[in-house]
Ligand binder design. Structure first.
Ligand SMILES: Nc1ncnc2c1ncn2[C@@H]1O[C@H](COP(=O)(O)OP(=O)(O)O)[C@@H](O)[C@H]1O
Ligand SMILES: O=P(O)(O)OC[C@H]1O[C@](O)(COP(=O)(O)O)[C@@H](O)[C@@H]1O
Ligand SMILES: [Mg+2]
Length: 554
């Protein structure tokens, strides 16, 4: 992985401009800070020449650097922009947005989003803060790059299930049809491989009318099967010009590959990613759709575990929840429930035996309360299980590591412990993982899915290719590379995890070394390595925004 971005090698003019800029930026004195009151900051196109800021964002491979569009404004303002059709098709025509004649929208005071509106990545600032990184605000544009009858859109869902998938599909179809009068919309079946191995299915508002009441995805989904060339060949052959891709981090990586191939071929095709993940592990965005529904459903399992535990002598209820690398569902379900005595997540190491270990805590809790509830995220404690069970290193078709069953393993360990102590106890292990992600989305998620779908449509119609997402409560177009280059994780050095520890009263299980390591990891994650000749304005902006990257933190 490259430590920073470089300019495309063929852009000699840009290189010269950058060198001139370097001098200015390095020699600049202190700038006065503007008032920072609005969520969306308006910028002027002329105020930010294009830039060597490219070199300062982290986690972007050299090959991707050519696709990064970063612009600078005053007072440390940085726009991390998304690609547009006009970037490689300079003569792409524009048309008035048909929404302007739509009766439902005629009363809206300012329906169209100003082209220069942007959304800040960080909203908590200090008096002297630089303005930091911004994303292009989502929403309908005055002019679009597609005529309604020219659009041939397709929708695909990839990866694991998540509540709300059907709602997003429904709202994409209804939004395209009702807002933009698009009537050529196709469903790709069973994930990425469906682009080249199945028929495309025509979908209309009528056929999707009731699907939001059902869990799963009516289009089907799968892991693996991403073959960029075959996918783009099919898009090209079938004349598709808007591709809506709903899926998690793996899917968004795939969407980015598709976009790059489309651009390489010079096709007039917009790619819109709608991020999906029940684990809530997608970077930058506030929260992924379906997450609230999943946390709500998890309460039912935790309640059952509590009832079982309370009804037995020394009863333990153990609930395993999803969360491969990120323990957000476990953390939020625990905080919401208040019946949980211990929550274990992948981000927070723990140990079983000895002073301060899990077994000692369980024993103490049973002696005090006669019952307890443990919530464990599926990715927790994989390192300790691997010590007792040889790890197989198996992967799923998408290359995700297959996990060992921490719930079952803990159940046996706890049973063995109390047996050796000759202490009566009962443990009930509940694994509701697939039940939680197979439900339909709740009301709040349904609304969220609708807005995401609409943002995706407005962006594609206006010629942008990006992932859509909510950033600090406002919808934004986020570059693909940004959502795929890091993973959102629970920060055990943040206040939210402290709240959890204080609500469960569990030990933190952390040694000083663990804490130091966690702090160091945060520090490194928040500080992109700087190139030798740095533009400090932009570097600082990235610094600040990175420290705000822990979404779901209050
Ligand atoms: N690095 C990648 N490049 C291209 N496609 C990918 C990449 N990682 C995953 N994919 C594809 O994205 C799809 C979904 O990925 P997966 O990891 O299973 O789920 P999710 O998108 O929910 O994380 C799969 O079809 C997989 O082949
Ligand atoms: O059995 P499957 O379908 O592979 O799904 C299991 C995984 O799906 C997840 O829900 C995550 O799915 P995504 O990667 O699709 O977001 C994990 O929590 C879980 O490990
Ligand atoms: Mg994933």
């Amino acid at each position: 992985m490259a430590s920073h971005i470089i300019l495309p090698p063929d852009d000699e003019q840009q290189r010269r401009e950058d060198e001139e800029q370097d001098g200015g930026a390095a020699g600049g004195g202190e700038q006065q800070q503007p008032p920072f009151s609005a969520m969306c900051v308006r910028i002027s196109r002329d105020s930010y020449p294009n830039l060597r800021a490219l070199r300062n964002a982290s986690n972007v491979s050299l090959a991707d650097a050519a696709h990064v569009k970063i612009s600078e404004g005053d007072f440390g303002y940085v726009l991390d922009d998304v690609p547009h059709l006009a970037d490689y098709l300079p003569d792409v025509p524009t048309y008035p947005n048909p929404l302007q004649d739509h009766p439902a929208y005629s009363t809206v005071k300012q329906y169209f989003v100003n082209e220069d509106d942007t959304v800040p990545q960080k909203v908590v600032v200090q008096k002297n803060s630089r303005r930091g990184v911004h994303f292009r605000r989502a929403g309908p544009r005055q002019r679009v790059n597609f005529e309604s009858d020219e659009v041939k859109a397709c929708i695909v869902t990839c990866g694991g299930l998540c509540p709300g998938l059907n709602t997003v599909i429904r709202e994409l179809v209804c939004g395209l049809s009702h807002m933009y009068n698009v009537n050529k919309i196709y469903g790709i079946q069973n994930g990425y491989k469906g682009f080249y191995s199945s028929n495309y299915v025509a979908i209309t508002p009528k056929t999707v009318n009731d699907i939001h009441k059902r869990g799963g995805t009516v289009l089907g989904t799968s892991r693996g099967g991403h073959d960029t060339k075959k996918i783009v060949d099919n898009i090209q052959d079938r004349g598709i010009n808007q591709v809506y891709i709903i899926g998690g981090d793996g899917t968004q990586k795939g969407a980015y590959e598709i976009y790059k191939e489309i651009r390489k071929r010079g096709l007039k095709v917009a790619v819109a990613g709608v991020p999906k993940t029940i684990d809530n592990d997608i970077a930058i965005i506030d929260k992924s759709f379906g997450f609230d529904s999943a946390v709500e459903e998890a309460q039912r399992a935790i309640n059952s575990a509590h009832v079982e535990a309370c009804s037995a002598e020394n009863g333990i209820g153990l609930v395993k929840l999803m969360g491969r690398y990120s323990g957000f569902i476990a953390m939020y379900a625990t905080l919401a429930s208040r019946d949980v005595d211990c929550c274990l997540i992948p981000e927070s190491p723990f140990y079983m035996d000895g002073e301060g270990g899990l077994l000692q805590y369980v024993e103490r809790r049973l002696k005090e309360n006669k019952h307890m509830v443990i919530v464990v995220a599926e990715g927790a404690g994989q390192d300790i299980i691997a010590k007792s069970i040889p790890a197989s290193d198996q992967q799923d078709a998408s290359g995700n590591k297959l996990l060992l069953d921490i719930g079952l393993w803990l159940t046996h360990k706890i049973k063995d412990h109390f047996k050796s102590k000759k202490m009566e106890m009962t443990i009930k292990y509940i694994d509701p993982t697939y039940m939680i992600r197979a439900i339909p989305s709740n009301a709040a998620d349904n609304v969220y899915c609708t807005l995401l779908a609409h943002s995706a449509i407005h962006g594609a119609m206006a010629g942008y290719s990006s992932t859509v997402g909510m950033v600090n409560g406002r919808h934004a177009y986020i570059p693909f590379y940004r959502v795929t280059s890091t993973r959102n994780k629970v920060k055990i050095t943040d206040r939210m995890w402290a709240r959890l520890l204080s609500s469960t009263n569990q030990p933190s299980f952390l040694s000083q070394k663990d804490i130091d390591e966690a702090r160091e990891a945060d520090r490194l994650a928040n500080k992109p390595p700087l190139p030798s000749v740095a533009n400090h304005n932009v570097a600082n902006a990235f610094d600040q925004s990175a420290s705000a990257s822990s979404n779901c933190e209050i």
